[in-house]
Ligand binder design. Structure first.
Ligand code: AMP
Ligand code: GLY
Length: 429
């Protein structure tokens, strides 16, 4: 550990529940002095009002305040923030632009998996609408249409019928709903089974896996409604036993790291494999790679992590992860319930006063902020779709659920303008 006086300052880029949870965890580290957030939210302190697409300004702040930087969301990674920091000799945790392609281009990611023999749904790539439509019509029903580029988690349409698949192609390729992100599409076979998020800290050569987690993407109970950024999460996922974990490490994480290194773009950062455990053969298939922590998986993981996170991030930057022991986890379960503004992921109100936060106090419940804003008077207002991540631990999933929902029921804003799912973690109880 670092002697006093050599403690580090951190700059966390992003404004979500994920960034608040990362900062909450890292602030418990003996190695950390100050944590700054850019831009942060109403729950984070020391917010730096710099637009993170302004790399020059951000780098100036990081250099001037002696910060190491951790990147939360995918877009600055896809735009090359890590490359810029590295050029200036500034320490930053995250993948370079060429490695971030694992998330920023679905075409790249699928072709990479195919080349490396990593299990994923069979697929085809199209840049012409006509060809894509002909292909869809030649296939059995049950297809997924994916825009190649980043689309804030909305560029994937899971289709039951052929008609839906053709409609999805139209939306992406003709109506240009996702602009240039839809210039190319991936058409792939729809898989069924159980979804798991598997995240590892990587240093370009080796990796240390985190515990298993799962998120709930749809807006409403019983997986009804639109896809969102994530309405809740839990950890661990008991369906993944030690044997399956070893298989995921050997068949998916290792070949991904090896393959990226061979391409000349070694992967450093959080590698997130969104997996489907096939309902028939039980094997893990990669649905998608993300090149960052999951949100809200991060919230459930951080409250369970017993080890100090900071030395792992530092070891990743220094390519020394192979010296690090496995991360220790609390045996308890964690459940994170996302409270969103009514209408999310569609139109929703902002600027409503949040009540109930003063009354909460519990060792086992953490409330991470996302779309919140603090006025100079101290009033806390809603400022986005996902507002709070109420995250609780308990001896099992059921007790973690109860604690989380007991807190959720005392929080709200406007006249009942909050919305949350009531079934986070329920199917696994
Ligand atoms: P992505 O944006 O690639 O993370 O995909 C979003 C969600 O779409 C995933 O978490 C799955 O729920 C679903 N999905 C993606 N690909 C498939 C597939 N081949 N089969 C079934 N569901 C899928
Ligand atoms: N929870 C899904 C994501 O972070 O993409």
């Amino acid at each position: 550990m670092h002697p006093i006086g050599r403690k580090k300052n951190l700059l966390i880029i992003g404004s979500g529940g994920r960034e608040h949870a990362l900062g909450w965890k890292l602030y418990q580290s003996d190695c950390i002095k100050e944590i700054f957030y850019s831009p942060g939210n109403g729950g984070t302190e020391r917010n730096i009002p710099i637009d993170y697409s302004n790399f020059d300004k951000i780098m100036k702040f990081a250099a001037g305040n002696n910060c190491e930087t951790i990147v939360g969301p995918e877009s600055p990674l896809a735009e090359g923030i890590v490359d810029e920091f590295m050029k200036r000799g500034l320490r930053i945790f995250g993948p370079v632009k060429a490695a971030a392609k694992l998330e920023s281009s679905k075409v790249f990611s699928k072709q990479f998996m195919k080349r490396e023999g990593i299990r994923t749904a069979p697929f085809a790539v199209f840049s012409s609408y006509r060809d894509a439509e002909d292909y869809v019509k030649s296939q059995a029903e049950g297809l997924v249409i994916k825009a190649d580029g980043l689309a804030s988690g909305k560029g994937v349409i899971v289709c039951r019928t052929q008609q839906q698949a053709v409609q999805a192609l139209r939306v992406m390729m003709l109506d240009k709903k996702f602009a240039d992100a839809g210039n190319k599409v991936v058409v792939e076979k729809r898989l069924t089974g159980k979804e798991v998020s598997y995240i590892a800290i990587c240093d370009g050569i080796s990796f240390v896996p985190l515990a298993t987690s799962r998120d709930h993407k749809r807006a409403h109970d019983n997986d009804k409604g639109a896809n969102t950024g994530g309405m809740g999460s839990y950890s661990p996922v008991h369906a993944v036993d030690r044997k399956l974990e070893a298989q995921i490490n050997n068949d998916i994480i290792e070949p991904t790291i090896r393959g990226m290194k061979h391409l000349g773009s070694p992967f450093t950062g959080f590698l997130y494999a969104g997996l489907m455990l096939d309902g028939q053969n039980g094997l893990p298939y990669v649905l998608e790679f993300n090149v960052r922590m999951g949100d809200p998986e991060c919230q459930a993981l951080m409250v369970r992590m017993k080890s100090d996170l900071y030395p792992y991030l530092e070891a990743a930057i220094d390519r020394k992860l192979d010296h690090m022991p496995p991360i220790k986890w609390n045996k308890e379960s964690a459940v994170c319930v996302v409270m969103a503004s009514k209408g999310y992921p569609g139109k929703h109100k902002r600027g409503q006063e949040i009540y109930g936060l003063n009354f909460y106090s519990s060792k086992n419940v953490s409330i991470f902020h996302a779309g919140t804003r603090k006025e100079s008077t101290g009033r806390l207002l809603t400022a986005g779709g996902r507002v709070l991540s109420v995250t609780a631990t308990g001896q099992d999933l059921d007790s973690a659920r109860k604690k989380a929902y007991n807190t959720v029921r005392n929080l709200g804003w406007g006249h009942g303008e909050e919305h949350y799912r009531t079934d986070i973690g329920l199917s696994a109880v």
